[in-house]
Design a protein around this ligand. Structure first.
Ligand SMILES: [Zn+2]
Length: 117
């Protein structure tokens, strides 16, 4: 810790505090465990975490839509068409919003690079 100042970033590997070490014009980040990153490699790790998190969120929302449709079917079978319609509409609405999340995760510009890279 004496070698640098505590940064606002956490280690992608162990989630410990990253210390920022300046060496002339260069900056490195290191945690107490010894994981070390350049600004570029830290960026790549953070992007990977965002990507994983977004895909995980998409999977959860897809499950929610499936469950809503199943509840709609159950309501329909129980002769409650109003409730069935309510859950069908919720599922449709959630599916439309999910597309925004899919578009975001598939947009290379969101991760700071162009499709050609
Ligand atoms: Zn670490």
């Amino acid at each position: 810790m004496a070698l640098g100042s505590v940064s606002k970033y956490t280690c992608p590997d162990c989630h410990g505090v990253l210390v920022e070490i300046k060496e002339g014009p260069l900056v490195r980040f290191r945690c107490h465990t010894g994981h070390a990153f350049s600004p570029a490699s830290l960026m790549a790790e953070i992007n990977a975490e965002i990507d994983n998190g977004l895909w995980e969120a998409i999977r959860s929302v897809e499950e929610r839509i499936l469950l809503m449709r199943q509840i709609a079917t159950l309501q329909s079978e129980a002769d409650r068409p109003d409730m069935a319609l309510k859950f069908e509409r919720q599922a449709d609405d959630t599916e439309a919003r999910l597309q925004l999340l899919r578009d975001l995760v598939l947009d290379p510009a969101f991760f700071g690079h162009s499709p050609s890279e």
